[in-house]
Design a protein around this ligand. Structure first.
Ligand code: PGA
Length: 256
């Protein structure tokens, strides 16, 4: 039985006051979504204020990125241990904006994943194809290539039992254009099959989130798909009302 997760990715938005207000609003309503886990990933510098706002609540929090290195002369980087110390539960790794804008490779992303796991964080590995790749019918190949360094890692069994995968088609992120439930399900099913070939037990327990323009209006039908176990929510996570409506959709779709 997989417990759905609705995880907000706030990206580089807001201020300390905004972050506190948003976290408090989500916290105030967090009891309304039975059987759903909630989490938020604010910018690094807002983590302490989020930790305070969510203290003692069921809403978890995490980071949008993490260094692959444990410590040292890496100016501007933040280690997994530092995030753990702040009470983070999650760390996103390999978000498409990191891959595209900051040239992160799939090998580096797995190093980040291993660092997050090693510090006791739950890594959320983001994968997804661009529009050109989808149009070239290369979606399956692209995602398999993004997962390959993980699948061939010597610790793959343990990592696969601990992590979460987020399928986020790049063409759907921040564009208002969502993958149809059928398109998303097809990829989620393929991802689970790929994982099953390497780690059969972990594959059934693995949460695979969908991300890319999830909104209150499309969440129910996406979450109703058998291999979609919740969402990674960008723009709609910046409004407590929308984020909570998406959480309600997760609670409703997994109940029926
Ligand atoms: P979006 O972003 O919901 O604004 O499309 C999702 C994400 O990038 O995680």
């Amino acid at each position: 039985m997989r417990t759905p997760l609705v995880l907000g990715n706030w990206k580089m938005h807001g201020s300390q006051a905004f972050a506190r207000g948003l976290a408090e609003s989500v916290r105030a309503r967090s009891g309304e979504f039975p059987g759903v886990r909630l989490g938020v990933c604010p910018p690094y510098v807002m983590l302490p204020i989020i930790a305070k706002a969510l203290d003692g609540s069921s809403v978890a929090y995490g980071a949008q990125n993490v260094s692959e290195f444990a410590e040292g002369a890496y100016t501007g980087e933040i280690s997994a241990g530092m995030l753990k110390e702040l009470g983070c539960s999650y760390a996103l790794v390999g978000h498409s904006e990191r891959r595209q804008l900051f040239a992160e490779t799939s090998d580096q992303v797995v190093q980040k994943l291993v660092a997050a796991y090693g510090a006791g964080l739950i890594p959320v590995l983001c994968v997804g194809e661009t529009l050109a790749e989808r149009q070239a019918e290369a979606t399956g190949r692209v995602i398999e290539a993004q997962l390959q360094p993980l699948l061939s890692h010597p610790e793959a069994d343990r990592l696969l039992a601990a992590l979460i995968i987020a399928y986020e088609p790049v063409w759907a992120i921040g564009t208002g254009q969502t993958a149809s439930p059928e398109q998303a399900q097809e990829v989620h099913g393929d991802i689970r099959r790929l994982i099953r070939a390497r780690a059969p037990v972990a594959a059934d327990e693995l949460l695979i989130l969908y991300g890319g323009s999830v909104k209150p209006g499309n969440a129910v039908e996406l979450f109703a798909m058998p291999d979609i176990d919740g969402g990674l929510i960008g723009g709609a996570a910046l409004k407590a009302e929308d984020f909570c409506a998406i959480a309600a959709a997760a609670a409703a779709s997994k109940r029926s």
